[in-house]
Design a protein around this ligand. Sequence first.
Ligand SMILES: [Zn+2]
Length: 579
Amino acid sequence: MKKSFIFIFVFGLMVSGSLFGQEIEVPLRFDRYYSYDQVNEAMQALHQKYPELSSLDLVGYSEEDRAIYALTISNPKTGDHLSKPGVYVDGNIHGNEIQAGEVCLYLANRLLTRYGENEQITSLVDKNSFYILPVVNVDGRYHFLEDANTSSSNRSIRRPKDDDRDGLFDEDFYDDLDGDGNICNMRKRDPNGTHRTDPYDPRLMVRVEPGEKGEWILLGREGIDNDGDGRINEDTEGYVDPNRNWGYNWKPAYIQGGAGYYPLSGTGLKAISNYLLDRPNVIVVWAFHNAGGMFLRGPSTKDESEFPSADLSVYDYLGDHSEMITPGYEYLVLWKDLYATYGDFTGFTSNIIGSYGFVGELFQSSSETYTLNENLIKPGERTQQQGKEDASHQRMLFNDHVTQGELYKPWTAFNHPLYGEIEIGGWTKMSSRLPHPFMLQDLVHRNASAVIFSATQTPEIKVELMDKEKIGKNLYQVRIRLVNDNAIPSQTYQSMKNKSHRKDILKVTGSSISVVAGGELRDKHMNQAVYKEHKPQIQFIHIPGFGKLEYQFLISGKGTVKVNYSSLKAKDQELEFNL
Ligand SMILES: [Zn+2]
């Protein structure tokens, strides 16, 4: 494997922050969310506790000059990290999707704390290199937790943009009118309104039917007209979508909203792109987002053709297992089952880095259940109870009785400068797309397990001498077998189709031998080999998943023969024998 020249800036973070007054300790805890600073402290704490198995790399800086870090986890005693199949995992590219960062931290914590204790994990840290970058959008994570937000706001790259074309940048954000740290909804009493109070839960509203009297008019998200242009909340942060700004199949904003002015205009994204280009050994990529409970594979758009069928078998194998590891999640295709995304991250990694890539959409709000017990329904209450069976009522009861009301803000009167007497209320910032902290442990463990499963399937090539036979004076027929017991081949078929990465090389050398002929052995019983015309001592090969490859060489001479297998993605192998 060719070792790229890499700049690794190991940055000595001061462990100065605190989590509820305590220093962050290893093993990390997953019953709460980490702030941006605490994520960095947690990575530093892991690295300090396991310096021999990890390195902490400064990848680059964001628009607002926040540092982006990645942990490399691999046992250097079993080889340089670039020599092993790389598994890259990141999260939180959208600023509000914070539990994705916790999945990454949990994976790092699990690999390091279970090394030497758990046989499977020990072997993975020996044979693989894990590149774990918990927070892609560091500004986004910082502002999501620090500022008032909805559960869906604050996704962008923090590059000011004049959304309403009035010459001012980001001048009409949401406003936390009641100062509770959430951007909720506004409503006003209006007999001609579009909604009325839900008969089963007065906190919810239902749309009025034609002919029905209304009760409420909805006024959107909490805010005022900051710039006096007659519109509210129309120029918030950005918007450049960090998952539409990558350097593969990028399209400008008139085709793909949030694309940015040119690919990789995001400074943090550019740094991460370079980080990945410096790691040509990466063969599996996971990018965690929220929400919905999905494992998405490419292609990202319809205009890209489908992946080669042999790659689909690999995706299906990993995707099907991920579904089973994470009950309720579905393995789907990005453009077909969700929507088209030009210039997205996994399009970049599948086509430029040459990896198998999954987007993990974490969390299903349907897991927030409060299912009524049929036996508790008294005669005559049937209709009343049935009304509470739908998802919105269940979630409200889940909020009331399982989180003690922490996910929903009750409607409260407020005097708005424009609308007068209104009410503010609704689902809070930490609801809807994020699990309540008590459910976080299960989410991070299962999703990290899907990553770990994919790592078990990275290529492990064994090179064997099948047989050697003297077939003439000083002439030998030598057969070599290359075996891969795992699902992932030594290179993606997409990268072979694109001709974007070199193939594996099988080389036969020796000081007192010469290779007369060499090529793939198609049928060993019929002795059918397809010999390469020039330089038979060097063969360009590719080893399938769950498969093998057999090569035949005719070698003249005597003495030691060296067989070298070299791959960008799989670990290099050597074999020596005598003639
Ligand atoms: Zn996302």
